[in-house]
Design a protein around this ligand. Structure first.
Ligand code: B4P
Length: 190
Protein backbone atom coordinates (compact mmCIF):
# COMPACT_ATOMS: atom_id res chain seq x y z
CA UNK A 1 0.00 0.00 0.00
CA UNK A 2 1.02 3.56 -0.68
CA UNK A 3 0.04 5.98 2.07
CA UNK A 4 1.05 9.58 1.41
CA UNK A 5 0.75 12.62 3.64
CA UNK A 6 0.61 15.72 1.44
CA UNK A 7 1.76 18.51 3.68
CA UNK A 8 2.12 22.27 3.48
CA UNK A 9 0.70 25.60 4.60
CA UNK A 10 -2.77 26.80 3.52
CA UNK A 11 -2.66 27.49 -0.22
CA UNK A 12 0.42 25.36 -0.91
CA UNK A 13 -1.49 23.33 -3.51
CA UNK A 14 -2.34 20.18 -1.56
CA UNK A 15 -5.91 19.89 -2.80
CA UNK A 16 -4.86 20.75 -6.36
CA UNK A 17 -2.09 18.12 -6.50
CA UNK A 18 -4.18 15.45 -4.73
CA UNK A 19 -6.64 15.47 -7.63
CA UNK A 20 -3.85 14.59 -10.08
CA UNK A 21 -2.40 11.90 -7.80
CA UNK A 22 -5.75 10.13 -7.32
CA UNK A 23 -6.07 9.44 -11.06
CA UNK A 24 -2.50 8.21 -11.51
CA UNK A 25 -1.96 6.15 -8.36
CA UNK A 26 -5.58 5.02 -7.76
CA UNK A 27 -5.45 6.13 -4.14
CA UNK A 28 -8.32 7.34 -1.96
CA UNK A 29 -8.16 11.09 -1.32
CA UNK A 30 -8.96 12.05 2.27
CA UNK A 31 -9.13 15.83 2.75
CA UNK A 32 -10.27 16.83 6.23
CA UNK A 33 -11.07 20.30 4.85
CA UNK A 34 -13.43 18.78 2.23
CA UNK A 35 -14.97 16.42 4.80
CA UNK A 36 -15.65 19.33 7.15
CA UNK A 37 -17.09 21.48 4.33
CA UNK A 38 -19.48 18.59 3.48
CA UNK A 39 -20.70 18.65 7.07
CA UNK A 40 -21.25 22.41 6.81
CA UNK A 41 -23.12 21.95 3.54
CA UNK A 42 -25.36 19.31 5.14
CA UNK A 43 -25.96 21.65 8.11
CA UNK A 44 -25.14 18.95 10.69
CA UNK A 45 -24.39 19.77 14.35
CA UNK A 46 -20.72 19.03 13.68
CA UNK A 47 -20.81 21.30 10.62
CA UNK A 48 -22.31 24.19 12.58
CA UNK A 49 -19.53 24.00 15.20
CA UNK A 50 -16.81 23.52 12.57
CA UNK A 51 -17.98 26.50 10.51
CA UNK A 52 -17.41 28.97 13.35
CA UNK A 53 -13.83 27.75 13.77
CA UNK A 54 -13.03 27.42 10.07
CA UNK A 55 -14.39 30.85 9.12
CA UNK A 56 -12.13 32.31 11.82
CA UNK A 57 -9.11 30.38 10.47
CA UNK A 58 -8.79 28.19 13.58
CA UNK A 59 -8.33 24.44 13.75
CA UNK A 60 -11.24 22.11 14.46
CA UNK A 61 -10.61 19.95 17.61
CA UNK A 62 -8.31 16.95 17.11
CA UNK A 63 -10.89 14.36 18.22
CA UNK A 64 -13.33 15.53 15.53
CA UNK A 65 -10.94 15.16 12.58
CA UNK A 66 -9.35 11.98 13.96
CA UNK A 67 -12.84 10.44 14.23
CA UNK A 68 -13.57 11.37 10.61
CA UNK A 69 -10.37 9.78 9.34
CA UNK A 70 -10.94 6.67 11.46
CA UNK A 71 -14.39 6.21 9.87
CA UNK A 72 -12.96 6.60 6.37
CA UNK A 73 -10.18 4.03 6.99
CA UNK A 74 -12.80 1.56 8.27
CA UNK A 75 -15.00 2.17 5.24
CA UNK A 76 -12.15 1.67 2.73
CA UNK A 77 -10.39 -1.46 3.96
CA UNK A 78 -9.67 -2.68 0.40
CA UNK A 79 -8.05 0.56 -0.78
CA UNK A 80 -4.68 0.54 -2.56
CA UNK A 81 -3.65 3.40 -0.29
CA UNK A 82 -4.56 6.91 0.79
CA UNK A 83 -3.58 10.52 0.23
CA UNK A 84 -3.97 12.42 3.48
CA UNK A 85 -4.54 16.07 2.50
CA UNK A 86 -4.65 18.65 5.29
CA UNK A 87 -4.29 15.91 7.90
CA UNK A 88 -2.42 15.54 10.24
CA UNK A 89 -2.31 19.22 11.25
CA UNK A 90 -1.06 18.75 14.84
CA UNK A 91 1.43 16.35 16.43
CA UNK A 92 -1.49 14.70 18.28
CA UNK A 93 -3.20 14.02 14.94
CA UNK A 94 0.06 12.55 13.54
CA UNK A 95 0.40 10.19 16.51
CA UNK A 96 -3.27 9.17 16.19
CA UNK A 97 -2.86 8.50 12.45
CA UNK A 98 0.11 6.20 13.09
CA UNK A 99 -2.02 4.30 15.64
CA UNK A 100 -5.02 4.02 13.31
CA UNK A 101 -2.86 2.75 10.46
CA UNK A 102 -1.11 0.28 12.78
CA UNK A 103 -4.52 -1.20 13.64
CA UNK A 104 -4.91 -1.91 9.90
CA UNK A 105 -1.31 -3.25 9.63
CA UNK A 106 -0.38 -0.16 7.64
CA UNK A 107 1.95 2.82 7.96
CA UNK A 108 2.76 6.11 6.23
CA UNK A 109 5.04 5.58 3.21
CA UNK A 110 6.15 9.20 2.78
CA UNK A 111 5.27 12.74 3.81
CA UNK A 112 5.68 15.19 0.91
CA UNK A 113 6.03 18.73 2.16
CA UNK A 114 5.32 21.57 -0.28
CA UNK A 115 7.33 24.76 0.30
CA UNK A 116 5.82 28.07 -0.95
CA UNK A 117 6.74 31.63 0.12
CA UNK A 118 4.19 33.37 2.34
CA UNK A 119 3.30 36.23 -0.06
CA UNK A 120 2.48 33.72 -2.80
CA UNK A 121 0.26 31.75 -0.39
CA UNK A 122 -1.69 34.89 0.54
CA UNK A 123 -2.15 35.88 -3.13
CA UNK A 124 -3.33 32.37 -4.12
CA UNK A 125 -5.87 32.19 -1.29
CA UNK A 126 -7.24 35.70 -1.94
CA UNK A 127 -7.56 34.80 -5.62
CA UNK A 128 -9.44 31.58 -4.79
CA UNK A 129 -11.65 33.52 -2.34
CA UNK A 130 -12.95 35.69 -5.19
CA UNK A 131 -14.62 32.71 -6.83
CA UNK A 132 -15.02 29.98 -4.20
CA UNK A 133 -16.96 32.07 -1.72
CA UNK A 134 -14.93 30.45 1.08
CA UNK A 135 -15.08 32.93 4.00
CA UNK A 136 -11.63 31.83 5.21
CA UNK A 137 -10.09 32.86 1.85
CA UNK A 138 -11.65 36.31 1.57
CA UNK A 139 -10.00 38.27 4.34
CA UNK A 140 -6.23 38.84 4.51
CA UNK A 141 -6.33 39.04 8.31
CA UNK A 142 -7.95 35.60 8.55
CA UNK A 143 -5.42 34.22 6.06
CA UNK A 144 -2.53 35.62 8.14
CA UNK A 145 -4.14 33.98 11.18
CA UNK A 146 -4.25 30.62 9.37
CA UNK A 147 -0.57 30.99 8.47
CA UNK A 148 0.20 31.65 12.15
CA UNK A 149 -1.79 28.57 13.20
CA UNK A 150 0.30 26.63 10.68
CA UNK A 151 3.57 27.92 12.18
CA UNK A 152 2.49 27.39 15.78
CA UNK A 153 0.63 24.07 15.61
CA UNK A 154 1.21 22.36 12.28
CA UNK A 155 4.85 22.83 11.28
CA UNK A 156 5.95 20.40 14.05
CA UNK A 157 4.34 17.60 12.04
CA UNK A 158 7.22 17.92 9.56
CA UNK A 159 9.73 17.11 12.32
CA UNK A 160 7.56 14.20 13.46
CA UNK A 161 7.89 12.48 10.07
CA UNK A 162 11.46 13.73 9.65
CA UNK A 163 12.42 11.79 12.80
CA UNK A 164 10.97 8.67 11.14
CA UNK A 165 13.03 9.35 7.98
CA UNK A 166 9.83 9.81 5.96
CA UNK A 167 9.89 13.52 5.15
CA UNK A 168 10.55 14.76 1.60
CA UNK A 169 10.43 18.49 0.79
CA UNK A 170 9.63 19.82 -2.68
CA UNK A 171 9.41 23.31 -4.17
CA UNK A 172 5.71 24.21 -4.51
CA UNK A 173 6.36 27.17 -6.84
CA UNK A 174 5.85 26.85 -10.57
CA UNK A 175 3.08 25.53 -12.79
CA UNK A 176 0.74 22.83 -11.45
CA UNK A 177 2.38 20.34 -13.88
CA UNK A 178 5.91 21.28 -12.75
CA UNK A 179 4.97 20.79 -9.10
CA UNK A 180 3.28 17.49 -9.94
CA UNK A 181 6.49 16.27 -11.64
CA UNK A 182 8.40 16.93 -8.40
CA UNK A 183 5.79 15.03 -6.40
CA UNK A 184 6.08 12.03 -8.72
CA UNK A 185 9.87 12.06 -8.24
CA UNK A 186 9.47 12.18 -4.46
CA UNK A 187 7.10 9.19 -4.58
CA UNK A 188 9.51 7.26 -6.83
CA UNK A 189 12.37 7.86 -4.41
CA UNK A 190 10.32 6.91 -1.35
P1 B4P B 1 -8.17 22.96 3.93
O1 B4P B 1 -9.41 22.62 3.22
O2 B4P B 1 -7.19 21.87 4.17
O3 B4P B 1 -7.62 24.13 3.04
P2 B4P B 1 -6.23 24.84 2.73
O4 B4P B 1 -5.23 24.64 3.81
O5 B4P B 1 -6.65 26.24 2.41
O6 B4P B 1 -5.51 24.26 1.48
P3 B4P B 1 -6.01 23.62 0.12
O7 B4P B 1 -5.31 22.34 0.05
O8 B4P B 1 -7.49 23.54 -0.02
O9 B4P B 1 -5.61 24.64 -1.01
P4 B4P B 1 -4.59 24.40 -2.16
O10 B4P B 1 -3.33 24.53 -1.40
O11 B4P B 1 -4.80 23.20 -3.00
O12 B4P B 1 -8.48 23.59 5.38
C1 B4P B 1 -9.47 24.58 5.62
C2 B4P B 1 -9.80 24.70 7.12
O13 B4P B 1 -10.40 23.46 7.59
C3 B4P B 1 -8.61 24.89 8.08
O14 B4P B 1 -8.24 26.26 8.20
C4 B4P B 1 -9.22 24.34 9.42
O15 B4P B 1 -10.09 25.25 10.02
C5 B4P B 1 -10.04 23.15 8.95
N1 B4P B 1 -9.27 21.89 8.99
C6 B4P B 1 -8.97 21.12 7.89
N2 B4P B 1 -8.25 20.03 8.26
C7 B4P B 1 -8.09 20.12 9.61
C8 B4P B 1 -7.41 19.30 10.57
N3 B4P B 1 -6.73 18.19 10.19
N4 B4P B 1 -7.43 19.67 11.88
C9 B4P B 1 -8.09 20.76 12.26
N5 B4P B 1 -8.76 21.58 11.41
C10 B4P B 1 -8.76 21.27 10.09
O16 B4P B 1 -4.84 25.59 -3.20
C11 B4P B 1 -4.93 26.94 -2.88
C12 B4P B 1 -5.07 27.79 -4.15
O17 B4P B 1 -3.84 27.84 -4.84
C13 B4P B 1 -6.08 27.26 -5.18
O18 B4P B 1 -6.87 28.33 -5.64
C14 B4P B 1 -5.26 26.72 -6.31
O19 B4P B 1 -5.88 26.85 -7.56
C15 B4P B 1 -4.00 27.55 -6.22
N6 B4P B 1 -2.83 26.82 -6.68
C16 B4P B 1 -2.53 25.52 -6.42
N7 B4P B 1 -1.36 25.18 -7.00
C17 B4P B 1 -0.89 26.30 -7.63
C18 B4P B 1 0.29 26.58 -8.42
N8 B4P B 1 1.23 25.66 -8.64
N9 B4P B 1 0.45 27.84 -8.89
C19 B4P B 1 -0.49 28.80 -8.67
N10 B4P B 1 -1.64 28.58 -7.95
C20 B4P B 1 -1.83 27.35 -7.44
Amino acid sequence: MLNIVLFGPPGAGKGTQSKLMVDEYLLIHLSTGDLLRSEIQADTELGKKAKLLMDAGKLVPDEVVIGMISNKLEANKDAKGFIFDGFPRTKEQAIALDELLKNHNQSISVMISMAVPERELIDRLLERGKESGRPDDQNEEVILGRLNVYKEQTEVVKDYYGAQGKSSEINGLGSIEEVYGRIKNAIKQA
